[in-house]
Design a protein around this ligand. Structure first.
Ligand code: FES
Ligand SMILES: [Fe+2]
Length: 290
């Protein structure tokens, strides 16, 4: 688990009480209460049982293994587990290491959830490392061949107060069903707030935003995509069409990702700059070994 934010899941996926959650090797316990949610380390400090299997008693969990009482949150004395930072935006639960890096994400997500409606697509597990899924948003030279854009896309990096941002112009082909229609140029910006979360904004007359989150599991990358539409116009949008488009796009990516290998000496070109920029940004979230 790195030091940045992760999307755990839509909050509705957790039942009231204790829930197990695993994020890249870190076992966590999600405590959903009537009026909120808390996340703690799940390894019992006695001898390592999973506290998600215990019983909640006030501000503690009675461990299922030896029935010791484990306090929730750091305490000066006695057995206890660390609390994680949480953020609920829309109905999405985000989690990060308490000593980690916010990177401007809380403010950004709070603002986005005020102005936008979130429509999560069902989670998918993909045969690809999570990093490839997130850095894809910055991979300018894949958009034309994989997603059939008209133009060879070039990205510039954007200076932002927070996160890592890059973008350019997508020229989308005219629909073959619309006579006389022209190709359309749309501004695109991707901003990563952690190695596991990127927010992509496609502008133009019908703008939309997607939040893409990915984390590694033993079965591959667990990928969650959330469509975010401005509240005032969300009612007028063809949501099934947009969701289908996102699905088609990720299918096209996955077909490639499945067979991408890390090679020893990649030959980078100028238009790989945003991918490399994202990787440098992501490296800052690596926890320093104790
Ligand atoms: S492992 Fe939890 S009480 Fe022993
Ligand atoms: Fe892609």
């Amino acid at each position: 688990m790195h030091l940045g934010w992760y999307l755990a899941a839509p909050i509705g996926e957790f039942r009231t009480g204790l829930n197990a959650l695993q994020i890249e090797g870190r076992r966590l316990v999600v405590l959903r209460r009537e009026n909120g949610v808390e996340v703690y380390d799940a390894d019992c400090p006695h001898r390592g049982a999973n506290l998600a299997n215990g019983v909640l008693r006030g501000k503690a969990i009675v461990c299922a293994f030896h029935a010791r009482t484990i306090a929730l949150g750091e305490r000066a004395q006695g057995l206890c587990v660390r609390q994680y930072r949480t953020l609920v935006a829309g109905d999405l639960l985000f989690v990060r290491d308490p000593a980690g890096i916010d990177g401007g994400f809380e403010a950004q997500m709070s603002a986005l959830s005020e102005s936008h409606t979130f429509l999560p697509i069902p989670a998918r597990t993909m045969t690809a490392p999570a990093r490839l899924v997130i850095e894809n948003a910055f991979d300018s030279s894949h958009f034309q061949p994989v997603h059939h854009l008209v133009n060879a896309v070039r990205f510039s990096e954007f200076k932002r107060d927070a996160g890592y941002a890059a973008g350019g112009t997508f020229v989308v082909p005219a629909s073959p069903w619309q006579r006389g229609a022209r190709d359309t140029a749309l501004p695109f910006v991707a901003t990563a707030y952690s190695p596991s979360i990127v927010i992509s904004e496609l502008g133009g007359a019908r703008p939309y935003t997607t939040i893409t989150a990915a984390r590694d599991t033993p079965d591959g990358a667990l990928v969650r995509i959330v469509l975010a539409l401005a509240k005032e116009t969300a009612g007028d949008r063809d949501v099934p069409y947009l969701l289908r488009q996102l699905d088609t796009a990720i299918d096209a990516d996955e077909e490639i990702w499945r067979e991408v290998r890390e090679i020893e000496h990649p030959a980078y070109f100028a238009d790989d700059a945003a991918v490399l920029g994202f990787r440098t940004f992501a490296d800052e979230f690596r926890p320093t070994p104790p």
